[in-house]
Structures are given as C-alpha cells and as structure tokens.
Design a protein around this ligand. Structure first.
Ligand code: TYM
Length: 332
C-alpha cells in the first residue's frame, strides 16, 4: 500500500480541470492506498492575503470533494491549517531551499507578473510548503494536473537534498501521478489554454454552478470561422474544444465531429450543444450531492475532525524524526 498526498487551494469552486486533473485520480487511489487529501488554505494566502470568507471557501471545497465521492472512511480528508506540523517542516525545509532555484520556478514568475504589487516570500517559497505537505506523509505518489509537474520536481530535489545533507535515507522522492498516463491539462472555454478560475469565471465549468449557466458558457465557447480545406490541421482553439469533448463525451461522439471537421461540414453550434449535454450529464449528480451536503454541517465538521486527528498522528511522527535527524535535542 503506497502513501498518496494531494491538495487543492480554496480560492474558488472546483471546476472540471480540478476534477479531471486531480479528483478523478483521488477517487481511484482511495480504493487501494493510504491517501491524504487536504484543502490547501495556507497556500491560498500567497495570492489571496485577505481572503474574506475563508471558512466559506473551505466549506465549498470540502463539500465538493465529498460530492465527487471522496470517502472519509477510505481516505484522510483534512484542512492544511489544522495540521500545524506542516508549518514546522516548511520552516526546516526552507533552510535548505535556495533563492536561485525558487526564483526560476515558472509558477513564481507567472504569479510575480500577475501580482507585481504583492510578490511576497510565501509566493517564492510556495514549492517548499508544497514539498512539506507531501513529505510530511512520506508520499510516493501525488495525483495532480500537468501544471504541478515542476513543483513535484522541486519536492524531489528537497527530499534528495535532505537525505544527502543529513546522510539518511529518510524521505522518498515522490512522483506526480496519473495512472501511468501523462499528466493532463484540461483546456478552458476561452480557447487560450488551461481551464482555470478567470476573473469572469467564463473560462471554467464549475461543478456547483447552475446548469443553465453551464450550458450558456459552453455555447459561448470560443471557436473560429470553420475549416476551409478538407483534413486541415486544427488551430489551437478548436483543438481545445475537441480535447474537452474527448474528456467528457464518448469516443463515437468525438469521432463523429472529427469527421465532420475533416469534411468541412462541421457546425460548431451542434458540437457545443452535444458537449453541453455530455457535461451536464456528468455534472448533474455531483451537483445534487453538493446541494445535499451543504446542509449537513455536523457531518462536515466530523470529517475534518477525524481527518485532522489522523493526519496529525502521522505528521507528529515525521516532525519528531526530522528534528532528531537534524540534531534538535529536547534534553541534555
Ligand atoms: P490548484 O488548487 O491550483 O489545483 C488543484 C488541482 O487541480 C489541477 N488542475 C488542473 N488539472 C488539469 N487541467 C486543468 N485545467 C487544471 N486546473 C487545475 C492542479 O494540477 C491540481 O492538481 N499547488 C497546488 C495545491 C497543493 C498541492 C500540495 C497539490 C498544495 N500542496 C501538495 C499536491 C500536493 C495547487 O495550487 O493546485
């Protein structure tokens, strides 16, 4: 039985990118491994320093985790800030994390570009906190989307460095994981790249949103004027629409529209209508669960209490061992 760790930041509701990049794998892994799935509320402060109602955002993600089928009896589901041991491991790992390597991380450069007024140290050391999340539980596999690949490389670097510096074989070097396949990037609806929480929210399909809104957003997804030559290569916006369809629709459906494209007969309106049907069929039962779970706060609190207890037990052991390895002494 392997140890698995992964988390999602509570900076908005879960969308199909989160689901197909991460949560879908959580569901498979919880059946046979020792899994720790958490909500990364500390991490969210790097971009949202005054988050407003953080408790509500955390509740939404917990509800959505459970609505998708994460099972607290099979996996340990917890809130990052309930397990403060992670903050100590983060501190200790920071001592051996170097400015140069942190400044080169693509996500840091991107965030620094996006929020020039708030290039905080937490943003710079984001991969160190992430490594602490993972190493705290000695995870060997980390189910994530493609955008987290570089962070996992950093985690391996920090694990290796710790082992070398203190001459131990203590931390495993975990890998980003997607059942033997490449990590995935779910495209968004604006044609420009990955699905994510945009300012307008029109780039992402959220699990909790009104289904009429979902349909409307999909019908408005960016396309082009259509193919002019048979079998021509698809431009990126169209490739993205097909990619999205290949994630939620059947193979036959994708093949049908692919053929229509190649024959220059495609009507994007029909394609989007079909895509909306297939997305809604997938999202509808999850959405029903979300509505039910929101009412059951007692249960939600119990999930976090039980999760924190289990996660802390493991985390406490790691911290005691790490202190000992580095050379902290409680008594002379
Ligand atoms: P976050 O909150 O941005 O995203 C959560 C998960 O969803 C995946 N994801 C996607 N996958 C495919 N296509 C997309 N369009 C897409 N959008 C999001 C992300 O890859 C991620 O797996 N740093 C992490 C949170 C974190 C973490 C960790 C993850 C903190 N500590 C330890 C794993 C292990 C993040 O910001 O994810």
């Amino acid at each position: 039985m392997e140890k698995i760790v992964s988390g999602i930041r509570p900076t908005g509701n879960l969308h199909l990118g989160n689901y197909f990049g991460a949560v879908k794998n959580f569901l498979r892994l919880q059946e046979e491994h020792n899994c720790y799935f958490f909500i990364a509320d500390y991490h969210s402060l790097t971009t949202h320093p005054t988050p407003g109602d953080l408790t509500e955002s955390v509740k939404n993600v917990l509800v959505e985790y459970l609505a998708c089928g994460l099972d607290p009896e099979k996996a340990t589901i917890y809130l990052q800030s309930d397990v403060q041991e992670v903050a100590e491991l983060y501190l200790l790992l920071n001592m051996n994390a170097y400015m140069g390597e942190l400044q080169r991380v693509a996500s840091f450069k991107e965030k620094a570009r996006k929020q020039p007024q708030n290039i905080n140290a937490g943003l710079l050391t984001y991969p160190v906190l992430m490594a602490a999340d993972i190493l705290l539980h000695h995870a060997s596999k980390v189910p994530v989307g493609q955008d987290q690949q570089q962070h996992l490389e950093m985690t391996r670097t920090f694990a290796r460095r710790f082992n070398n510096m203190y001459k131990v074989d203590y931390f495993p070097e975990p890998e980003a994981y997607n059942f033997g396949d490449n990590l995935i990037k779910v495209p968004g609806l604006d044609g420009s790249g990955k699905m994510g929480k945009s300012e307008t929210g029109n780039n992402a399909i959220f699990l909790s949103e009104d289904l009429k809104k979902t349909r409307k957003k999909i019908m408005r997804a960016v396309t082009d004027a259509g193919p002019t030559q048979k079998n021509q290569e698809k431009p990126e916006v169209i490739q993205n629409l097909f990619k999205l369809m290949s994630i939620v629709s059947s193979k036959d459906t994708v093949e049908y529209f692919d053929e229509q494209y190649n024959e220059c007969k495609i009507r994007y309106g029909d394609m989007k209508k079909q895509l909306a049907e297939d997305v809604i069929r997938f999202v509808e039962p999850i959405k029903q669960n979300i509505d039910e779970l929101h009412k059951n706060e007692e249960y939600l609190n119990k999930v976090f209490e039980q999760g924190a207890e289990r996660a802390k037990e493991n985390a406490g052991k790691t911290i005691r061992q790490v202190r000992e390895i580095i050379g902290f002494k409680n008594k002379f």
